[in-house]
Design a protein around this ligand. Structure first.
Ligand SMILES: [Zn+2]
Length: 487
């Protein structure tokens, strides 16, 4: 199987990639790849360690003449996302990944390919097994369960690694060097309420905002997208008194890391206000469409008559809810002072749900600066404190603040220019990477993240561009050649 990969260059990287396609490695079920790596270390007589969570570390001494160089960690994650097309018969815990080549890309047949991050593993193994590549002391770190919990990076102990430089081989756009990422934490608020009897002579309506794009609360928080929770709440806050609205339900958004795409409220009004409610909703649809005419062209805000609900929410609680959601920030809080167009701090008002006799508001904060992350979490919490809510923060994960003086970024940039006669893009992302957690355990670790081009990651459309694997490999070897001497 996968014999066509044997013809590709660099041969050693593709040979290992081909080998690990045969080894099942779903997130949280990584025993087989771990066994393989231990065997690999033993067969190559390399120091091989496993820590308590299951991460593997293989050390290789410097090649002759390179002994005085600083030690470097090359890092990948061993697990892969397991997605397949519905008509594909495949057992990710047993079956090898079957691939094909088309137009310069390697694809899997109906499943994820696992190039994220199998290609990183393959490059590490190719270096560890080589006898013709010059490098200083190397540590290859293989973390577990990056995809579903960052478990390996979370569990990494501060004394496992000996190096001061780390190359993370888990980025997906050749030509881009990543030098920072955001940390995150969720803030949850539970607002209690009393159920009141529905008033006599009132009608019930469902008011709904839909057609928004949604989007990722990290990567897309600066795109000016609408938040359905905020928009619906604004309508309710502004029209409640005038129309004598009673609120029975507020439901918006779903995932904590997505911008709310839809939200609806069940409201009750007296019969004589029906025409006014209609007019109000029309007006707001026009206001919203005008405000979001570029970013949300498919926005729709409308109402429909609905069944009389079982209860309404007591007036004081409605006050607290609508005021808190109105005051709660959403979107970009700060841009980076060091990197152009990079969002440093943001918050997402993700969802509003009714559970029994409480309203649960889920929000999610991100920042590449740890103290700023805590600040925005507190800012959101304080709003809900004022409303009398019970608050809880999730554990969270730390960010990786870009270091404008990073030596390894300079070395990587210079290597890239020398090899490819063009500048790489140097970027940070407003989402999580293992580097945030690793840097937290190893303060001062000088890090950069890069990789070949992978498209469609985490879906059966995942593919890797063959040509960029060669560039990724050449860049890695050149970086290793240029690692400075120990002081
Ligand atoms: Zn990955």
């Amino acid at each position: 199987m996968n014999e066509h990969l044997s013809a590709l260059e660099p041969a050693s990287v593709w040979a290992y990639f081909k080998e690990i396609l045969d080894i099942p490695r779903p997130s949280k079920k990584e025993e087989k790849i771990i066994t393989y790596l231990k065997e690999f270390g033993k067969n190559h007589e390399l120091e091989t360690l496993q820590d308590e969570v299951g991460n593997i570390l293989i050390r290789k001494p410097a090649t002759s003449g390179m002994e005085n160089r600083k030690s470097v960690v090359l890092q990948s994650h061993v697990d892969m996302v397991c997605e397949k097309n519905s008509d594909k018969v495949h057992d990710f815990e047993k079956d090898p990944i079957d691939t094909f080549i088309k137009d310069g890309w390697v694809y899997a047949k109906g499943t994820t390919l696992g190039a994220d991050d199998g290609i990183g593993i393959a490059a590490q193994l190719a270096i560890l097994s080589a006898d013709n590549i010059a490098h200083g002391p190397i540590e290859c770190l293989f973390t577990i369960d990056e995809e579903t919990g960052l478990t390996g990076a979370f569990g990494l102990k501060p004394n496992f690694l000996q190096s001061e430089i780390l190359l993370n081989l888990d980025s997906e756009d050749e030509g881009q060097l990543f030098i920072g990422c955001a940390g995150g934490q969720d803030t949850l608020a539970w607002l209690p309420f009393d159920k009141k009897e529905v008033p006599k002579g009132y009608m019930a309506f469902k008011i709904m905002i839909s057609g928004l794009k949604g989007g990722h609360s990290g990567d897309e928080i600066n795109k000016g997208l609408g938040n359905a929770n905020k928009m619906l709440n604004r309508f309710l806050w502004e029209s409640r008194e005038e129309l004598g609205l009673k609120l029975s339900s507020f439901d918006g958004g779903n995932l904590r890391n997505a911008i709310a795409r839809e939200a609806f409220a069940i409201v009750m009004i007296s019969e004589e206000n029906e025409a006014d409610l209609n007019e109000f909703v029309q007006n707001y649809q026009e206001i919203f469409r005008a405000e979001y005419h570029t970013t949300e062209p498919d926005l729709s805000f409308d109402l429909s008559k609905t069944e009389i609900p079982d209860f309404i929410i007591d007036n004081d609680s409605v006050d607290e809810l609508l005021n808190a959601i109105y005051a709660c920030p959403h979107g970009v809080i700060a841009m980076s002072q060091d990197i152009e167009d990079f969002v440093e701090t943001s918050t997402n008002l993700a969802s509003v749900k009714i559970h029994e006799d409480e309203i649960l508001i889920t929000t999610s904060q991100r920042s590449s600066v740890e103290s700023a992350k805590i600040d925005i979490c507190n800012m959101v919490a304080s709003v809900f404190h004022l409303a009398g809510a019970r608050i809880k923060h999730s554990d969270g994960y730390p960010g990786w603040a870009p270091d404008p003086n990073s030596a390894i970024v300079d070395i990587t940039e210079a290597a890239y220019k020398r090899l490819f006669k063009t500048d790489p893009e140097v970027l940070a992302i407003h989402a999580g990477l293992e580097c945030g957690l690793i840097g937290d355990k190893y303060p001062g670790m000088d890090m950069v993240s890069y990789g070949p081009t992978i498209k469609g990651a985490h879906s059966p459309d995942e593919r890797i561009e063959i040509e960029t694997v060669g560039k990724f490999w050449d860049l890695t070897l050149d970086i290793l050649l240029n690692i400075p001497a120990k002081k």
